[in-house]
Design a protein around this ligand. Sequence first.
Ligand code: CA
Length: 237
Amino acid sequence: MANLLIVEDDDLLRDALGAQLAQAGHAVTPAADGAVAQGLLEAQRFDGVILDLGLPRVSGMELLNWLRQRHSALPVLVLTARDGVDDRVQGLNAGADDYLTKPFSMAELQARLGALLRRARLPAFGGSLPTPAHQHGRLRVDANQPLAWVGDAPLELTRREWVLLSRLVTQADQVVSREDVLAAWQGEPGEGQVAGGALASNALEVYIHRLRRKLEDSGLSIRNVRGLGYLLELTRP
Ligand code: CA
């Protein structure tokens, strides 16, 4: 799931793209011209942009240049009706990450977009740069999505594990209370409901146990501070 901006002045195509990508689980924000897109890019954080080159007001190429001056690593998939080699070369030179010529199939768009987003999330590609992350020792936890790494190795995390780990890392070397974690879990989907009381405490124990196993080789450990909560600390420098 990614937070996507679709910049396309063709209403039908924009709606169709939006519907398809929303169905694929993405959060989609539409923009009908380059100026609106600029405003949105200034106000919000996106994981990727689908950009039509032929746009009114601010052209797609201008927007791409503007974008590259500000968000250097934001993945951009460019769409164009024109299939001239010049446009393609110009677009790629201006910093498009990939290119689709209209008409294209939705399956191809989804495949290309998926590849772009996956690549952007790899630290080796600098994709983590525009995303704020919390760091403690070798552990880095993405501030916006359920991703974390020990060194360069990604950790497989559920959303609740990520919320819990985010709490621990932002308050590293301080005690995080059970109540804080349970409050942060409110509204997180999946993995069964966590009710109040003893059941919630038991669930929290289970998650702490899982995180401890995932952090085994990280040089960090989660300490149980009796009656107070949990504390993430370095076990070796
Ligand atoms: Ca257009």
